[in-house]
Design a protein around this ligand. Structure first.
Ligand code: ATP
Ligand code: MG
Length: 255
């Protein structure tokens, strides 16, 4: 199952969700590959991999045609494999245009390793760039992290429309597998209202598990480990473990 974690809006918790979902699923004994598709490389550094730790990156896979098996790293401290990103990837958005059938590049690169993993999680950049498009075309489903703020619902409706338009021909089977509320503060009345509206509109697509605003989640990346290896008892760690459990139940029942 290949899942893109996507939202064109910046700073909504895509990378935090990618890393911690990957680690939580791995802790549940699933085989997981995390793909860093963002030139910012936050999923890479947040996994404890520094620039220079790895000779290859997602760039080499997308542009140079290197295999995922050659480019991936086994991140033992987090329990998953990682296809790391670095700044090279910022060039890829333009260079991809010269690659024949670039839209399918990631999909074809992941196909030979898909059987090795229960979950391949793709951390997308905050834009609807060519990179994001390759991520969406490669995926079976999308998970959308969102903050319950004013205008969030409008943004979400637009995002879902855009996703279906841009992937309509290239990947018609792509499904929205879930919307996850991130950085949630139940004491904030607006957040609660937006959350209720969200459930009214999208029903069961919204995960029951909610990720609370929790400073431990913001601290963990500077230690290069997922939250569960930084502060297992934190509300953030429990939130992501619950989300991973809910996701696995949702997806593995249907299969
Ligand atoms: P970008 O669009 O730049 O890729 P993003 O959507 O990947 O951003 P993150 O990097 O995951 O978002 O999160 C943005 C910031 O908020 C980071 O500093 C992160 O540590 C922090 N953060 C994420 N989730 C939470 C949370 N639940 N509680 C507190 N801080 C959080
Ligand atoms: Mg990010």
């Amino acid at each position: 199952m290949i899942l893109a974690i996507a939202n064109q809006k910046g700073g909504v918790g895509k990378t935090t969700t990618s890393i911690n979902l990957a680690a939580s699923l791995a802790a549940m004994r699933r085989e997981v590959l995390l793909v860093d598709l963002d030139p910012q490389g936050n999923a890479t550094t947040g996994s404890g991999i520094e620039k220079g730790d790895s000779p290859y990156s997602t760039y080499d896979v997308l542009i140079e045609g290197l295999s995922v098996d050659e480019a991936k790293i086994n991140v033992e401290s987090a329990g998953y494999h990682l296809l790391p990103a670095n700044a090279d990837l910022s060039g890829a958005d333009v260079e991809l245009l010269d690659v024949p059938e670039w839209e399918y590049r990631l999909r074809r690169a992941l196909a030979p390793v898909n059987e090795q993993y229960d979950y391949i999680i793709i951390d997308c950049p905050p834009s609807l760039s060519l990179l994001t498009l390759t991520g969406l075309v490669a995926s079976d489903g999308v998970i959308i992290p969102m903050q319950c703020e004013y205008y969030a619902l409008e943004g979400l409706t637009a995002l879902i429309g855009t996703i279906s338009r841009i992937t309509g021909k290239l990947n018609p089977d792509l499904e929205i597998k879930g919307i996850v509320r991130t950085m949630f503060d139940p004491r904030n009345r607006l957040a609660k209202e937006v959350s209720n509206d969200l459930i009214d509109h999208f029903g069961d697509t919204v995960f029951h598990s909610v990720i609370p605003r929790n400073v431990r989640l913001a601290e963990a990346p500077s230690y290069g480990v997922p939250i569960m290896y930084y502060d297992k008892q934190s509300r953030g760690a429990r939130g992501y473990l619950a989300l991973a459990g809910e996701l696995a139940k949702r997806l593995e029942q249907k299969d």
